[in-house]
Design a protein around this ligand. Structure first.
Ligand code: ADP
Length: 407
């Protein structure tokens, strides 16, 4: 049984084809990746098509092409052709489901959902909350529905895991009609990743997820922290949009909203310049001129003061959220680092956890420094709160949730 996972963006379609564990309806066994790849630069002169797959003899293969692909429909057709040619996918009947990443589900979706016309209409209704992402996600769903009419399509929402947040966590302190009539509230994102690493952490702690209190830190180009009580999200750092919270590659995270009025009144900024400034010119990029954390470290090691400051601001913000969520949760079983930075950046983990012994958090310096790609504990043996590094796998989580939604 195969599950195709699609992440359809404005000019790209990323995909992964999974082989579900045989005879395991819960999807908790070993999943295999049959093929993965992406079509990028859709609509440009030369779109890029990449595919990696395992051939019949068990060898890893890959290929890269350029082609003129002017729509998501053409991109998906190319993906299906390639999967056929390379033997990844025979007929449609091999597919149990297509799982789609959908960024915003508003308040309508708390769980993965099998797509029908009502679901499509509901995803359309929340487009104003995610004008850049939801239309592209929806395009992917519509094209897949056309190409695989007999295969169930399942939408998996980045916001769904956070729908368990209580009202005091998700309401902003602004007049209530803005929530009731205009849906202004905290939704949170990266939910699929927070949920996946939370399940992995529970497994490592040897407890059911429903008994775990966790602080999960997804630190990639986008970054968010989530407080999890009894397996459910009770607060998260991203807000109505993915701009709020931690310092990110090019997003500012938390900022006094009055900065906006100041910039408008004194520098003549308008909505578009502000949007560009805070979403694309800020964060690490704004502080030190580069948005890639490895590059920030390289500059800081060479004595670049702006890069040192960028590391300092990022760590300071991270520590504030860890402290806030420790206070919110009271008892915490584990702090879980994930994402490109969370998984690989020992210095950032070290800085975020420094001098937290009084709060029950102590790293094992050697374990933290050791380079590894598997899930592991990096806390000292006597640390009351375990510190775990868990590589995230959002595509796998979407595949598992798609299978769950069917059963
Ligand atoms: P995305 O949010 O785009 O999925 P990733 O989760 O891949 O991003 O994270 C990308 C970030 O991870 C980049 O800032 C990159 O520099 C950082 N990163 C990757 N490897 C390392 C490393 N070894 N040390 C520090 N940062 C790293």
């Amino acid at each position: 049984m195969k599950i195709l996972v699609l992440n359809s963006g404005s000019s790209s379609i990323k995909f992964r084809l999974f082989l579900a564990p045989a005879g395991d309806e819960s999807g908790s066994g070993d999943w295999q990746v049959a093929a993965s790849g992406a079509v990028t630069r859709i609509g440009e002169d030369a779109a890029q098509v990449k595919l990696s797959w395992t051939d019949a003899g068990g060898e890893s293969r890959s290929r890269k092409d350029e082609a003129h692909i002017d729509s998501h429909h053409a991109g998906m057709e190319r993906i299906v052709d390639l999967l056929r040619e390379t033997g990844g996918l025979g007929g449609h009947e091999e597919l149990a489901a297509v799982g789609h990443r959908v960024v915003h589900g508003g308040e309508a979706f708390h769980a993965p959902t099998v797509v029908d016309d009502d679901v499509i209409a509901a995803i359309r209704r929340v487009i104003p909350l995610a004008p850049l992402h939801n239309p592209a996600n929806l395009d992917g769903i519509l094209v897949a529905r056309e190409l695989f009419p007999s295969v169930p399509q399942v939408a998996v929402f980045d916001t769904a895991f956070h729908q368990t947040m209580p009202r005091p966590a998700y309401r902003y302190a602004i007049p209530g009609y803005l929530y009731r009539e205009h849906h202004v509230r905290r939704y949170g994102f990266h939910g699929t990743s927070h949920h996946y690493v939370a399940k992995e952490a529970a497994r490592m702690l040897g407890k059911p997820l429903s008994q775990c209190n966790l602080i999960t830190l997804h630190l990639g180009n986008g970054a968010s922290a989530t407080a999890i009580r009894g397996g459910a999200s009770v607060d998260t750092s991203m807000g109505m949009t993915p701009l709020e919270g931690l310092v990110m590659g090019s997003r500012c995270g938390d900022i006094d909203p009055a900065v906006h009025f100041y910039l408008c009144r004194h520098l003549g900024f308008d909505n578009d310049t502000l949007d560009d400034l805070l979403n694309r010119q800020s964060g690490l990029l704004g502080l030190c001129g580069v948005n890639d954390m490895r590059e920030v470290h390289r500059l800081a090691e060479g004595g670049d003061e702006d890069a040192e400051l960028a590391l300092g601001v990022t760590c300071h913000r991270l520590k504030k959220y860890i402290g806030a969520y420790l206070a919110l949760l009271g008892r915490v079983d584990a702090l879980v680092f994930t994402g490109g930075i969370g998984e690989n950046d020992a210095e950032m983990r070290g800085c975020a956890c420094a001098e937290l012994e009084a709060l029950g958090i102590a790293l094992d310096a050697a374990a933290n420094r050791a380079v590894a790609t598997h899930a592991r504990a990096v806390s000292a043996a006597d640390s009351r709160v375990k510190v775990l590094v868990v590589p995230t796998d959002e595509e796998l989580e979407i595949a598992r949730q798609a299978l769950e939604a069917l059963s």
